[in-house]
Each structure stands twice: as structure tokens, then as C-alpha cells.
Design a protein around this ligand. Sequence first.
Ligand SMILES: [Zn+2]
Length: 235
Amino acid sequence: MKELILDDGSRLLYQLSVKRVKNMNLRVRPDGSVSVSVSRRISQRQAEDFIRSHIDWIRRAQSRSLKRTPVTLPAGLVSGDLLRWQGKEYAARVETAETEAVIVQHEIIVVRVKENSPEAAAQAYVKWYRREARVLLSEALERVCPRFAAEGVRKPSLTTRLMASRWGSCSSSKGRITINLYLCQLPIELAEFVIGHELCHFLHPNHSAAFYADLERIMPGYHAADRRLKEYSIL
Ligand SMILES: [Zn+2]
């Protein structure tokens, strides 16, 4: 991590990496951190000048990303930590018990572990999360499929995965869709729209106007849902 002192005296932390890029690439990540990729020919001084000249853009992108709801899974979990599940916020309560279990209550998610350490609690929670999220996404697929069956689209096989940069993908040649397990932290209807998006690729292998017209016709409200999806960012 490098530090740059700006004209107004404030500091900007950024990550500098040398890559095979044309000159320089500037990126503000979903968590608001700044990374700069430069070609070998660019000096650190030049990179800093580049950052300075784009500082307004960086600050705007940072405030936009900080307003988005972060989606993530814990590496360590202690009582009181915030957990998101199906569009709701819960406080974690970690307890020691003979049997491992995760129980969703009104405003609390109880995580029972044999060994009370933040890592063990996080592991138990993530294991439960992956399993339950897979069930929720399979059920969402069952709800969405009939709409597309009328269009001649057969039910695809479902792969679920934690993905860092996309909510879903589609392999029409293999008859398979891949859906991001992180979606189960959002309201479940948003997962249905992501599944609908992927199913619609069996009709159109692109993002043409016809693709979006069919999608909005088969799943009314798609565009509004897509805007809501953009309020979340995967950390
Ligand atoms: Zn697509």
C-alpha cells in the first residue's frame, strides 16, 4: 500500500502494481480502495500525477461505493457481528455447544460451535450458509422455470458458487446456469431476476435489445430489479 499526500493535506492510500497495461489503469474497488496498474515505462511520480489529476473522479467513485450495501462472508465471527440473510440484517450470537448448529431467529442468528473461536464460528456459519443458499436458489429456479418453459426453454442444471464479480452466468451449450451464492444475502426476488436473466440467454446469447425486451416481458419488473441489484457490492 502506498500513501499519497494531496494538495489539501489529506491522504490517499493506493495499491500500485506493474502490469501489462498500455499506460495506466485506475480502479476504485467496491470497498472504496484505490488500485493503479501501470506499465513498466511509468514512474511512481507519473502514477502519482495521474492520481492527483483524477482525484475528483476517485472521490466520487468512493462515495458511490460506500453507499452500496456490502455483501460478504466472515473469516472470523463473534457475537454482535452483522450478518445478512435474505435481505435482512441479523446480529450473530456465538454459543458453545455439543452439536454444531445455525438457527435463524427474529433478529439474531445463533451459531453453535464446539470450539468457541471466531474462526470456528465463521467456518460453521459459512458451511451452513452455502448449504442453505443452495437450497434457496434451487427453489427460486423452480419458481422461475415455468415462465420460460412456455418459451421453449428447458430447465437447466444449476451450479452454485461464491463469485466475486458477477451474480450469474450461463452456458447454453451445456444447458447450465451458475448462480452466485452471495445472492441469498439480498431479497430473494432479486435472485429470481438473476436466474431469469440467465434463462433468457437460452433465447438470446447476447445482451441485445431483443434480449431485454423478452426478459421484461417474461419477468415484468426486471429493469427495476436490476437497478436494485446495483445497490449491492460484493466485497
Ligand atoms: Zn447476461
